[in-house]
Ligand binder design. Structure first.
Ligand code: MN3
Length: 311
C-alpha cells in the first residue's frame, strides 16, 4: 500500500481497511467463564485471520470502502468469485466484533426495559428464552452461531452455519453466541453445553438492549396519541396502564348485551388481554410495548377504527 498524501483513492484504501477492535476488557476479565487463553487465541488470532482475509478479498475492488454490514446485507450483488470470501471473512469480522462487545465481567442475569418485554412476548418468560438459546446452540451441526434477532416487529432465535450473518437474511442480530470449537475447545473441550452456560454468565445485556432500541421500527406514535375515555376520563392510548385497562374491561363488561353495542363483549375481553400483556411483559404503559403488539391491540380495541387501514 503506497501513497500517503497521494489523493483520496489511495488514502481511503488504508483508512477503510477492516481491523480487529481492541477488547473492551482485559483478556482475563471473563475468567473463570471464558479463559484468558481462549480469548487470546480467539480474539488475537482467529479474528485477525478473518480481518486479513476480508481485506485481501476486497483490496482494489469497488467495494473496498463499503461498510461491512452493507456488504453482508447485499451478498447477492457481489460477483460470485467474491461472494463466498465476503460471506466467510467479512461475516467473521462483523460477527466477532459484536461478540466481544456482547460480553463483560459480571455480566449475565437478564435484560431489562423493552427488550425484556419483547423476549417475554416471544418466549413467555426468560427461562424459556434461555432454554431455547441452549437448544439452538446445541443444534448447530459443526461450526456456526445461535442468534437473538429482530425483524423490526419481534425478536426470535435463529442459527447460522460457518460465519453467515443474519444480516444476509434481512434480520438485525441483537446478540450471537459463537459455537465454533475455537470459541471453547481449549477450556471446555467437547462440552459445548457447559460453554453455552458459561457464556450466558457473561452476556452484557445492556449492550443488547441498546441494539434492540436502535432497530428501526414502524412509527406507532399516531396510535399512541389517540384519545381513549377510561371511566369518563379522557386519556391517550399510549398512557394506558394495567389499572386503566382493567377498569375499562370491567366497565364494558357491565354494558355487555346493552342496546346496539354488539361488540362490547369482545372489546371487554381485549381490554383484559391488554392488561395481562402489560403485566406479563412488565410494561408500565402501552407505550412500552413493541410496535406489533401496540398495533394488534389497538385493532382489537377499535382504537384503530375497524375497516380503516393503517397509515
Ligand atoms: Mn469465533
Amino acid at each position: 500500500m503506497v501513497g500517503e498524501m497521494n489523493g483520496a483513492l489511495n488514502s481511503h484504501d488504508v483508512a477503510m481497511a477492516f481491523s480487529v477492535p481492541d477488547l473492551p476488557y482485559p483478556h482475563d476479565a471473563l475468567e473463570p467463564h471464558i479463559s484468558a487463553e481462549t480469548m487470546r487465541f480467539h480474539h488475537d488470532k482467529h479474528h485477525q485471520a478473518y480481518v486479513d482475509k476480508a481485506n485481501a478479498a476486497l483490496d482494489g475492488t469497488q467495494w473496498a470502502d463499503t461498510r461491512a454490514e452493507d456488504l453482508l446485507a447485499a451478498l447477492d450483488e457481489l460477483p460470485e468469485d467474491l461472494r463466498d470470501r465476503v460471506r466467510d471473512n467479512v461475516g467473521g469480522h462483523v460477527n466477532h466484533t459484536m461478540f466481544w462487545a456482547s460480553m463483560k465481567p459480571d455480566g449475565g442475569g437478564q435484560p431489562g426495559g423493552k427488550l425484556l418485554g419483547a423476549i417475554k412476548g416471544a418466549f413467555g418468560n426468560f427461562k424459556v428464552f434461555k432454554d431455547t438459546v441452549r437448544a439452538a446452540s446445541m443444534s448447530v451441526f459443526g461450526s456456526g452461531w445461535a442468534w437473538l434477532v429482530d425483524d423490526g416487529t419481534r425478536v426470535f432465535i435463529v442459527t447460522t452455519t460457518n460465519q453467515d450473518s443474519p444480516l444476509s437474511d434481512g434480520l438485525t442480530p441483537l446478540v450471537g453466541i459463537d459455537v465454533w470449537e475455537h470459541a471453547y475447545y481449549l477450556q471446555y473441550e467437547n462440552r459445548r453445553a457447559e460453554y453455552v452456560d458459561a457464556w450466558l454468565s457473561v452476556v452484557d445485556w445492556e449492550a443488547v438492549e441498546a441494539r434492540y432500541e436502535a432497530v428501526p421500527r414502524q412509527d406507532v406514535s399516531d396510535i399512541l396519541s389517540r384519545g381513549v375515555s377510561i371511566a369518563g376520563v379522557e386519556t391517550v392510548f399510549g398512557e394506558i396502564d394495567i389499572d386503566a385497562a382493567r377498569t375499562q374491561a370491567a366497565e364494558l363488561k357491565a354494558l355487555q348485551g346493552w342496546g346496539p353495542m354488539a361488540k362490547v363483549g369482545s372489546i371487554a375481553r381485549a381490554w383484559n388481554e391488554l392488561a395481562q400483556t402489560l403485566d406479563k411483559r412488565g410494561a408500565a404503559t402501552v407505550a412500552d410495548l413493541d410496535a406489533s403488539t401496540i398495533i394488534s391491540s389497538a385493532t382489537d380495541l377499535w382504537v384503530i377504527p375497524p375497516g380503516r387501514s393503517m397509515v
